[in-house]
Design a protein around this ligand. Structure first.
Ligand code: URP
Ligand code: ZN
Ligand code: ZN
Length: 477
C-alpha cells in the first residue's frame, strides 16, 4: 500500500482521512448481493496507467474494489470480461473544484448534483469535490455543510467530497472548522480574496484561516484576485462607458491575479502552511506561483479545463449571449498563448491539478448582467469535457505522457485532498473507479449531446475531436 502522503502535512496532528461519500449502491451490475463473483469484472488486454507507471496488465474488480492487477490473474469462471485491447485503463478522474446548484450572484447554478455528476461520469470523472459556501457571514459552517449534504446525497451519480468556504473570521468559525474536520471528515477550506462585500476575507483573516488549517492538518485553498482592485477596476471601466462582457477582463487584469497569488502564498508561509491556489488563469499568476515554488514555498496550483481549451477572445463576440457565456473569474485571458503556457506547467508539475470550477448559468441567467458586466453570473462549464480536453491538448500534442495525464486529472488531487490511494490509483484495494480510455474513439463536444443543464458549451469549438470511452465508477459500468 502507498502512504497517503500530503507532503505538506508533515509533523502536524493528523486528522482522520476525509470522507468521500460513496454511491448508495456502488455496484448495480450485481445480480445477487450475496454473489461476489456476479459483481466481478475482469478487464483484459489493456495498458494500465498510474501516475508513476504504465504497463500491460489485467484488472480484476470485485465488489467495487480492485481485487488484483497483473497478468495471469486467477479469475473464477463466469466473471464478466471487458476487452480493453488497444486502450488505456486509468483511474477515474477527480475534479477537485465544482459548484453544483450553487446559489450565487442572485441565482443558482444550473448543473445540480444530478446533472453535474451525470455530466462528470459521461466524461470520465468518477469523483467530484464541491464547495460548501455559507449563505452569509453569520451562517454556521456546520449548518451550511449539512445543507450541502442534504442537496447532494439524494442526487449524486458518482462519489463526491466537500471543501468548505470560510468567508469571515471569529472564534465561532475557528471552532466550527474543528468540528468539520473532527466530525464531518472535511480536510480543506477555501478563502476568497475577491468578491468584496460578500465572500472576501482580509489579509488578517486569511492569516488566521491558514493558521487554523495548519493546526487542524487541513489544506487552505484560495481564490486569488485582489478584491479591492477588482471593485475599483469595475467602477472605472463602467465609468468609461464599457458595460458589456468585454469589460470583465478589463476590470480584473492579470496583475491583479498575480499579486494576490503571491500574497496568498506569502501569508500561508508566515504560518508554514501550504497554499492551494484554485483556478490559475493567467501567465502572470502561474509565474508568481512558480517563483514561490522555486523559493521553497509549499504551494499547489490548479489549472481549469476551460483555461486550457479556450481564451478570452470570446468576450468581444458581437453576440452578447455568446460573449457572456465565457464570463468567469479570474477571467479567461485574452493572451492566446496562456493555454499552452499552463499546459507546460502541468507537464513539469508546477501546476498540480486540472479542475473545472463547473458553475453553469443559462443565457437568461447571464442576462442578469445585460446592462452591467459586473452583474453577469460568473461561471462556465467543463465537468464533462475536462478529461477529453487534457488528453487532446496535452497528450495528443506531446506535452503530456499518459502517466502525466493520470497525475493531473486524478492522482494529484487524490493526494492533496487525502483520498489517495483509495482513489487516484489502480492497485489492489483501491476503489474500482476505472476508465477504459480509447485514444482512437473520437467525439465532438457539443451542447446538443452533452449532459449539462445548459444549452451551450464553451468548449464546443468546431472541427476538433476529443477522445475516450467506457468507464466504471465504484465497479459499475
Ligand atoms: O467564475 C467563477 N469562478 N465562478 C464560481 C465561483 C468561484 O469564484 O470559484
Ligand atoms: Zn473562485
Ligand atoms: Zn470556484
Amino acid at each position: 500500500m502507498h502512504d497517503c502522503h500530503i507532503p505538506t502535512l508533515k509533523n502536524q496532528r493528523q486528522i482522520p482521512p476525509p470522507h468521500c461519500f460513496p454511491l448508495p449502491n456502488p455496484c448495480p451490475i450485481a445480480v445477487s448481493k450475496n454473489d461476489l463473483m456476479a459483481q466481478a469484472l475482469h478487464i483484459v488486454n489493456g495498458i494500465v496507467v498510474n501516475d508513476d507507471r504504465q504497463w500491460r496488465a489485467d484488472v480484476l474488480v470485485v465488489d467495487g474494489k480492485v481485487h488484483s492487477v497483473g497478468l495471469d490473474l486467477v479469475v473464477p469462471a463466469g466473471v464478466r470480461v471487458i476487452d480493453a485491447a488497444g486502450k488505456y485503463v486509468i483511474p477515474g478522474g477527480i475534479d477537485p473544484h465544482t459548484h453544483l446548484q450553487l446559489p450565487f450572484m442572485g441565482t443558482v447554478s444550473r448543473d445540480d448534483f444530478d446533472h453535474g455528476t451525470r455530466a462528470a461520469v459521461a466524461g470520465g470523472t468518477t469523483c467530484v469535490i464541491d464547495f460548501v459556501i455559507p449563505s452569509s457571514r453569520s451562517e454556521s459552517l456546520v449548518d451550511a455543510y449539512d445543507r450541502w449534504r442534504s442537496w447532494a446525497d439524494p442526487k449524486v451519480n458518482c462519489d463526491y467530497a466537500l471543501h468548505v468556504a470560510v468567508t469571515s473570521w471569529s472564534e465561532r468559525i475557528s471552532s466550527e472548522m474543528g468540528i468539520l474536520c473532527g466530525e464531518r471528515g472535511v480536510s480543506s477550506f477555501k478563502m476568497f480574496m475577491a468578491y468584496k462585500d460578500s465572500m472576501m476575507v482580509t489579509d488578517a483573516e486569511l492569516y488566521r484561516c491558514f493558521a487554523r488549517c495548519r493546526e487542524l492538518g487541513a489544506i487552505g485553498m484560495v481564490h486569488a484576485e485582489n478584491g479591492d482592485l477588482v471593485a475599483a477596476g469595475q467602477e472605472h471601466v463602467l465609468r468609461c462607458g464599457v458595460h458589456g462582457p468585454e469589460g470583465h477582463e478589463l476590470s480584473r487584469p492579470e496583475e491583479i491575479e498575480a499579486e494576490a497569488t503571491e500574497r496568498a502564498i506569502t501569508i500561508a508561509h508566515q504560518v508554514r502552511a501550504p497554499a492551494y491556489i484554485v483556478h490559475v488563469m493567467s501567465k502572470g499568476a502561474a509565474d508568481a506561483l512558480v517563483r514561490a515554488r522555486r523559493a521553497g514555498r509549499q504551494c499547489f496550483g490548479e489549472a481549469l479545463a476551460a483555461g486550457l481549451a479556450v481564451d478570452g477572445s470570446h468576450a468581444c463576440n458581437a453576440d452578447w449571449r455568446a460573449a457572456a457565456a465565457y464570463v468567469m473569474s479570474p477571467p479567461l485571458r485574452s493572451d492566446p498563448t496562456t493555454k499552452e503556457h499552463l499546459m507546460r506547467l502541468l507537464a513539469v508539475g508546477d501546476l498540480a491539478t486540472v479542475a473545472t470550477d463547473n458553475c453553469t448559468f443559462n443565457a437568461d441567467q447571464k442576462a442578469l448582467g445585460k446592462d452591467d458586466f459586473t452583474k453577469i453570473p460568473n461561471g462556465v462549464n467543463g465537468i464533462e469535457d475536462r478529461m477529453a480536453i487534457v488528453w487532446t491538448k496535452g497528450v495528443e500534442t506531446g506535452m503530456l505522457a499518459p502517466t502525466d495525464f493520470v497525475r493531473v486529472t486524478s492522482t494529484a488531487a487524490a493526494k492533496i485532498f487525502g483520498l489517495y490511494p483509495r482513489k487516484g490509483r489502480i492497485e489492489q484495494g483501491s476503489d474500482a473507479d476505472i476508465v477504459v480510455w480509447d485514444p482512437a474513439a473520437k467525439r465532438t463536444i457539443s451542447a446538443k449531446t452533452h449532459h449539462h443543464n445548459i444549452d451551450y458549451n464553451i468548449c464546443a469549438w468546431p472541427n476538433e475531436y476529443l477522445t475516450f470511452k467506457l468507464l466504471m465508477c465504484g465497479g459499475r459500468s
